[in-house]
Design a protein. Structure first.
Length: 357
């Protein structure tokens, strides 16, 4: 039964997890949660979307084996809707967000609870450490863990503890969530950033602790990766429309790359047609092709750098890195110009819409 929202939450930890078509990952994610050793009561609330791969049946079997697992419905299949449903159904004073595509490291919850108290923060997050199984997924994971791939956010590998703009997943005080409101259900990607903005605006602290680690498993195919990044970029563009320069400068690098690439195509066509010639053509080539040449060298350098894996993984890097940047940048420009509207991440099920990260 849902918790009584008028009653104060009990001492303890409620793990909340939105789930949709995660049959290959769910059991490991659940095991990593149930293995957390803390000195207070715990529960895991799964918000189940309309899965088609047997995930719901697996979740039901898991719930039958452990009374700490509770299930709620998320027919809308949107992340913030599922998170809010799980939070409203939860019973305890600390909320720990978990994704089905991730696994908590041993001691994660205990360390997070201690950090919450030590820093008097409202939300604490750690490092997202991506891992891969195939050469493609390993290439994506390496770029997730690199500032070149995802722009250097603290949770992608920083070792400096301190106040942060946002928190990966998040270990949150329920009383603060009740104060500022839960996740904004009109935002389908970037909902965590927006929530942390409200937390900070309310005078509370968001904290990054590099000793907290979560294993994340990226998309398994190129097409799904491109869909994921285009949707993520579109919603970041929507957040720029809503909140302007509160968004960091790093978010503007991928759309700048897209614009330069588009300008290069136009310039090349005009040069081939003889419309632009002589000194003007030479100067324009330096200004437009030069940055693209430097970007190509950057991609090659990342692919050939030590730690790049075997030959297949390095070849994938040559494709994956520009895919991440260009897909995100294209989505961002669309989101800024016309809003994200009903854009969702369709990367989980071919052409099916699914919002999980």
């Amino acid at each position: 039964m849902p918790a009584d929202e008028s009653a104060a939450p009990l001492p303890g930890v409620s793990f909340v997890m939105p789930v949709l078509n995660e049959r290959a990952y769910l059991e490991h994610a659940v095991e990593s949660v149930l293995a957390q050793d803390v000195d207070v009561p715990t529960e895991l609330v799964l918000a189940l979307g309309p899965s088609t791969d047997g995930t719901t049946e697996l979740a039901q079997r898991l719930a039958e084996t452990d009374e700490r697992i509770r299930l709620v419905g998320n027919p809308a299949a949107h992340i913030p809707v599922g998170l809010n449903a799980a939070i409203r159904a939860s019973r305890y004073a600390t909320i720990v967000r978990v994704d089905a595509h991730s696994e908590l490291s041993p001691g994660y919850a205990a360390r997070a609870l201690a950090t919450l108290e030590r820093t008097a923060s409202a939300n604490v997050g750690g490092v997202m450490h991506a891992e891969g199984r195939t050469p493609f997924q390993k290439s994506v994971a390496r770029l997730y863990n690199s500032p070149v791939g995802l722009g250097g956010g603290a949770y992608h590998g920083s070792s400096q503890e301190g106040e942060a703009e946002s928190a990966y997943l998040g270990v949150m005080r329920r009383e603060v969530l009740d104060e500022v409101g839960l996740f904004d259900e009109t935002i389908r990607r970037g909902e965590d950033w927006e929530l942390n903005l409200r937390i900070r605006q309310a005078g509370h602290r968001v904290w990054f602790d590099p000793d907290l680690s979560v294993t994340y498993w990226p998309r398994e195919s190129w097409t799904r990766l491109a869909r994921q990044f285009r949707a993520t970029g579109a919603w970041r563009g929507e957040l720029v429309r809503r909140f302007g320069r509160r968004n960091g400068l790093r978010y503007f690098a991928p759309p700048a790359l897209v614009l330069v690439a588009a300008l290069a195509l136009v310039l090349g066509a005009l040069q081939l047609a003889g419309v632009i010639t002589g000194t003007v053509s030479w100067v324009a080539s330096i200004l437009v092709y030069g940055p693209l040449a430097l970007y190509v060298l950057l991609v090659m350098g990342v692919a050939l750098a030590p730690g790049g894996g075997g030959a297949r993984q390095r070849l994938w890097t040559l494709l994956v890195l520009p895919t991440m940047h260009l897909s995100w940048g294209i989505g961002f420009l669309g989101g800024v110009l016309r809003g994200a509207r009903d854009t969702v991440d369709a990367s989980r099920l071919g052409t099916r819409n699914t919002p999980l990260p």
